[in-house]
Design a protein around this ligand. Structure first.
Ligand SMILES: *Cc1c(COP(=O)(O)O)cnc(C)c1O
Length: 379
């Protein structure tokens, strides 16, 4: 089955009692048993729910994974992955990381005795040098947020091929339509399903998918034991969103390319960060690793100040000033004060995240309206 067919059919079948084409939203906390432990695969809804199962099978199909487990949020999925580690374990991650992941790593897991090295993962030697005896996990996020750097998944996973170090890719920014990390050698793929998979900015969720049986057993143990599970309606919304993933992302990418071209020609714009531009440092790698270049982009203003960024964001009428990404509507945000507000200024700027940096999540509106909106905001 090809991707577009899978987005609609992977792991799905009509509901058995009625033939309903879409899975019902199973609002139940528990399931009748014929005799103790004699049931139809479900005993208690923290552990499993058929609506959740339908979603998990769909995401597993899209990521070419044997299994998937869904969570109540993206950070809950990350939390579950980190909880498979022990105090004294070491994690390598990128220095250009989603702010919420950075906060979770440094403010929750570091105090519990997990060590982290944040390195420039676009430089494969830095990753190699950061590997220690106690390294157990490499956390890859690509494209990175918000500078859209591309990390070579194949090269990083090759470094640790015959070791017991697990590689995890946060695939939220690309979506499986544009990038399938397990096919590039990663062990685990993780999503904030809040973003492209849900696609309509109406639900929070997370997912972990892998074909590593032992690892998925640990994740399912986390699901059952720590209980950050999504409700059935949330699962339904994400499932419904995924059915148009390919159509939505394709259009968003088309729009993003045109917006990137427009921005590069505007005198008030400094640097444009978009992997689809030939000027992007990892343009070749992105062409190889991704099916297309994505619909996220960032840019600085020629006058690098918080005020010049705020001025633009105040004036846009179609681009909505909001955190998040991956929905049908276009959003504009200011990483330094919003998503990355919890990263100290010196750490932030060392990673190239400047005060005037503006991030766009390009939606599926008419691109002429989007360009016109930015153009008037620059005046
Ligand atoms: C949003 C996001 C997360 C966290 O997901 P939530 O659903 O907001 O908890 C993790 N990683 C990336 C790259 C994200 O954009």
């Amino acid at each position: 089955m090809k991707f577009n067919t899978k987005a609609i059919h992977a792991g799905q079948k009509p509901e058995e009692t009625s033939g309903a084409v879409m899975p019902p939203v199973f609002h139940t906390s528990t399931y009748a048993q014929k005799a103790p432990n004699d049931h139809q695969g479900y005993d208690y809804a923290r552990v499993g729910n058929p609506t959740r199962t339908a979603l998990e099978k769909l995401i597993a199909g899209l990521e070419e994974a044997d299994e998937c487990a869904c969570f109540s949020s993206g950070v809950a999925a990350i939390d579950a992955i980190l909880k498979t580690l022990k105090p004294g374990d070491h994690v390598i991650s990128t220095n250009d990381l989603y702010g919420g992941s950075y906060r979770l790593f440094t403010q929750v897991f570091e105090p519990y005795g997990i060590d982290f090295s944040f390195v420039d993962m676009t430089n494969i030697e830095e990753v190699d040098q950061a590997i220690q005896k106690n390294t157990r996990l490499i956390w890859i996020e690509t494209p990175t947020n918000p500078l859209l750097r591309i990390i070579d998944i194949d090269a990083v996973t090759n470094l640790i091929k015959n070791s017991d170090i697990l590689s995890v890719v946060d695939n939220t920014f690309a979506s499986p339509y544009l990038q399938q990390p397990l096919l590039l050698g990663a062990d685990v793929v993780m999503h904030s399903t809040t973003k492209y998979l849900g696609g309509h900015s109406d639900v929070i969720g997370g997912a972990v998918a892998s074909s590593n049986k032992e690892f998925m057993e640990k994740i399912k143990f986390q699901v059952k034991t720590t209980g950050a599970v999504p409700g059935p309606t949330d699962c339904y919304l994400i499932l419904r969103g995924i059915k148009t993933l390919h159509v939505r992302v394709e259009r968003s990418v088309q729009n993003a390319k045109k917006i990137a071209d427009f921005l590069t020609t505007h005198p008030r714009v400094g640097t444009v960060y978009y992997p689809g531009l030939k000027s992007h440092a990892q343009h070749q790698l992105a062409s190889r690793q991704m099916n297309d270049f994505g619909a996220m982009l960032s840019f600085t203003m020629t006058e690098d100040s918080i005020e010049s960024a705020f001025d633009v964001m105040k004036k846009t009428k179609i681009f909505t000033l909001a955190e998040s990404l991956g929905g049908v509507e276009s959003l504009i945000s200011h990483p330094a004060s919003m998503t990355h507000g919890s990263i100290p200024k010196d750490v932030r700027e060392a990673a190239g995240l400047m005060d005037s940096l503006i991030r766009l999540s390009v939606g599926i509106e008419d691109v002429e309206d989007l360009i016109e909106d930015l153009n008037q905001a620059f005046e």
